[in-house]
Design a protein around this ligand. Structure first.
Ligand SMILES: Nc1nc2c(ncn2[C@@H]2O[C@H](COP(=O)(O)OP(=O)(O)OP(=O)(O)O)[C@@H](O)[C@H]2O)c(=O)[nH]1
Length: 363
């Protein structure tokens, strides 16, 4: 819940753990917060500039937060790698502070990716911080509880409701409302509006939710309720192992099995189903006859070279014509040379040879 004191809660709770030498690993996932008043190990603001995202994508504040978270979630595997290294050396708590608006984190794609990525590896517990000062009205209280209920049903993870600011208002009234249906009904009597009628029927439906809900009063100023909260976190961790983890493993195995079955079914249909044409026998035996060798070993480069039996390839007609023409040319050249020699020895015949002797053939 926005303004319920989440940041103050993380500050108080983490400083308590630091004091106990139980150093937590703290991650801030709120890109829009101005200051982070606690020791933070990973801060989304170091990865994504929320204001720049708003400017570049022309978004309002909520759109900017959602988009920043989307961008951050694409790098979340790197954070998981970091947590992996860390979890090998320590079993300390990792605390994530999320943006307050429920639609921005809980009901957003990145919120789901981040939560489910963590829950698939580590025991994960949700903490829903309620401003007990602003919940004294039974209808407001019911609305807050419906929020908590919706988050629990969405993620199916153990949830702890932290009734914050008990240094201002004692949370006793809220505990009574949750434990005793009649007391809550009495509180509702004062309100005869339509909403109140709806709340009456809703309260009946929520009775079961209350019976399993882990609730603790807390003060982010004084730190009251911290020990009780730690006990509840331990119990919720056990719940995670008994219920969420077991169910997660079952679903994972079921998915793997159905994928395998689907793969086998597809393979079978490729092999057997009609519409693939008639079967063609595979060549299982190759004879050593010439025809096979001719098909596979013949190559244009073999045309002018010796064949496998050592015989020279005979001249083709075109080659023969060329040879004859060349021989004729050589003959004429020879005759011309003889004529020139004769002319030199008998100058009176000069000039006639050029007119009578034919030039080289161009054929
Ligand atoms: N007295 C008292 N004041 C508290 C307590 N927790 C938080 N506050 C005050 O409540 C106001 C809101 O607290 P934040 O911690 O900023 O609340 P938030 O839920 O992180 O706010 P957003 O991030 O804006 O949703 C601040 O003025 C706090 O000082 C508490 O336990 N007791």
């Amino acid at each position: 819940m926005a303004g319920s004191g989440k940041t103050s809660f993380v500050k108080k709770f983490s400083s308590y753990l630091y004091d106990k030498q139980d150093n937590p690993y703290v991650i801030n996932l709120d890109p829009a917060c101005r200051d982070v008043p606690y020791l933070v190990n990973v801060d989304i603001r170091n990865t994504v500039n929320y204001k720049e995202v708003m400017k570049q994508y022309k978004l309002g504040p909520n759109g900017g937060i959602v988009t920043s978270l989307n961008l951050f979630s694409t790098k979340f595997s790197q954070l998981i790698e970091l947590l992996d290294i860390l979890s090998k050396n320590t079993s300390n708590l990792c605390i994530l502070d999320t943006p307050g608006q429920i639609e921005v984190f809980t009901w957003s794609a990145s919120g789901q990716i981040i939560t489910e990525a963590l829950a698939s590896i580590y025991p994960t517990v949700l903490i829903f911080v309620v401003d007990i000062v602003r919940s004294t009205n039974p209808v407001t209280f019911m609305s807050n509880m419906l929020y908590a209920c919706s988050i629990m049903y969405k993620y199916k993870l153990p949830i702890i409701v932290v009734l914050n600011k008990i240094d201002i208002v004692n949370h006793k009234y809220a505990i009574e409302w949750m434990q005793d249906f009649e007391v809550f009904q009495e509180a509702l009597e004062a309100d005869s509006s339509y909403i109140s009628n709806l709340t009456r029927s809703m309260s009946l439906a929520l009775d079961e939710f209350y019976s399993t809900l882990k609730v603790v009063g807390f003060s982010s100023v004084s730190g009251e309720g911290t020990e009780e909260l730690l006990q509840l976190i331990k119990l919720a961790g056990e719940d995670y192992e008994k219920n969420y983890r077991v169910e997660w493993i079952r679903l994972r195995d079921e998915k793997a099995k159905s994928e395998q079955l689907e793969k086998a079914r597809k393979l079978k249909s490729v092999l057997k189903e009609e519409g693939l044409g008639s079967a063609v026998a595979l060549v299982t035996e190759v004879g050593i006859g010439r025809e096979v060798a001719d098909i596979y070993l013949k190559h244009p480069a073999n045309e002018s070279s010796d064949d496998s039996e050592g015989e020279e390839t005979p001249f083709k007609p075109a080659d023969k014509t060329m040879k004859e023409s060349f021989m004729k040319f050589l003959q004429r050249h020879k005759e011309k040379n003889i004529e020139q020699k004769n002319t030199m020895s008998n100058p009176t015949t000069s000039g006639t040879s050029d007119l009578t002797s034919p030039g080289p053939s161009t054929s």
